[in-house]
Design a protein around this ligand. Structure first.
Ligand code: KIV
Ligand code: ZN
Length: 389
């Protein structure tokens, strides 16, 4: 779809807030500043930099990120309490483009925790969103556990938040419970039923407990949400949040059926993925979509042969578009002669057909005993074949 105008989707990254809430993923002050700078440079629209009331360290990190940000909106999280919101504002107000994000759990399970009646909670939402809006003209409000909140009540509180001045309404699937069709229906319902819904941005914030966060986020966008909340590598509480690299690349690769655009420079994805893995101490699984070690690697003979002839046979996106140097064709027991020949050429080794046959037999024998065959192994096989032959 080249000539159709694409709707803009805003990318809200919460690696430094929801991502860091992942047990064991705590980052140092300097690491947070580095990740924020990379997010800003890659074109993230809104960076949720932390939860200022949570600790002195979080407050300092959010303040400094706010001072340094060049383009991104800098957002801090606050509970539905006046002192939380004030603290959040103290941290984000240094940004050229600050945002306050305030939330409260609206589902029956979450309402029971502060022990508020529906009316009392509605009043609290009105007061806190009004207070936030008096401080900052960019206010996001979230009904936590929205996907398990009664629809009538959800519509009621979303309307209250909009009337009190919220400019973005985020719909969190806090426990990763929803499914794509339901995720879409919820956004559609809110857009149809809530007065003023057309004047604000709806956001989708999905967790990955059932492995559906990316699909649920994209379904919400197709129904009218225009902000996706996500994290690098899908870092986040329990099974994590929607992975930024997945939604961004899905929209880029399948623009033909999902005509939405982001401003992310996708060539910066791999670098930030590696930095987040390192500083959080959460390695990326090998077969993780987009950023896994094997996402652009092909070992089997049929795939390698296909790739050597035409890269589109087994790749739907170019590795260069996510910041990789190229495809990798690791040699292993499933590899064929074409890949071995290509590897020898790469290593600058010229062999005739008979020598190739001999080296291939030796290679298969070694590959049966070894998980991965490295360049040094291949060179040793060439030397052995030359010596013996
Ligand atoms: O998952 C969630 O509900 C959250 C909120 C604080 C937005 O992270
Ligand atoms: Zn969350």
């Amino acid at each position: 779809m080249t000539d159709q105008a694409k709707d803009r989707v805003y990318i809200f990254d919460t690696t430094l807030r929801d991502g860091e809430q992942s047990p064991g993923a705590t980052m140092t002050h300097d690491e947070k500043l580095e990740i924020a700078e990379l997010l800003d440079e890659m074109g993230v629209d809104i960076i949720e930099a932390g939860f200022p009331i949570a600790s002195e360290g979080d407050f300092r990190a959010v303040s400094e990120i706010a001072e340094r940000a060049k383009t991104s909106v800098i957002c801090g999280l606050a509970r539905a309490q006046i002192n939380d919101i004030d603290r959040c504002w103290e941290a984000v107000k240094h940004a050229a483009r600050p945002r306050i994000h305030t939330f409260i759990g609206t589902s029956p399970l979450h309402r029971a925790i502060p022990n508020l009646t529906m009316d009392e909670m509605a009043e609290r939402i009105h007061q806190t969103v009004t207070h936030a809006r008096n401080l900052c003209d960019n206010v996001q409000w979230s009904p936590m556990d929205a996907t398990r909140t009664e629809h009538d009540y959800l519509c009621r509180v979303v309307e209250i938040a909009i009337k009190a001045g919220a400019t973005t309404i985020n719909i969190p699937d806090t426990v990763g419970y929803t499914a794509p069709r339901e995720s879409a229906d919820l956004i559609k319902m809110l857009l149809e039923r809530v007065p003023g819904a057309d004047d604000i941005i709806f956001a989708t914030h999905c967790h990955n407990d059932l492995g559906m966060a990316t699909a649920n986020s994209l379904a919400a966008v197709e129904a009218g949400a225009r902000q996706i909340e996500c994290t690098i590598n899908g870092l986040g509480e329990r099974a994590g949040n929607t992975a930024l690299e997945e939604v961004v690349m899905a929209l880029k690769v399948r623009g033909d059926i999902m005509p939405y655009e982001t401003k992310i420079d996708t060539r910066k994805i791999m670098h930030i993925s590696r930095r987040v893995a390192t500083v959080s101490g959460f390695p990326v699984q090998f077969n993780k979509a987009i950023v896994g070690k094997n996402a652009f690697a092909h070992e089997s003979g049929i795939h390698q042969d296909g790739m050597l002839k035409n890269k589109e046979t087994f790749e739907i996106m170019r590795p260069e578009d996510v910041g990789l140097a190229g495809t990798s064709l690791p040699l292993g027991k499933h590899s064929g002669r074409a890949a071995l020949r290509a590897k020898l050429k790469d290593l600058g080794v010229e062999v005739g057909d008979n020598q190739l046959k001999d080296i291939f037999v030796r290679f298969k024998d070694l590959a049966d005993r070894k998980k991965e065959v490295f360049d040094e192994d291949i060179l040793a096989l060439v030397t052995a074949a030359m010596t013996d032959g």
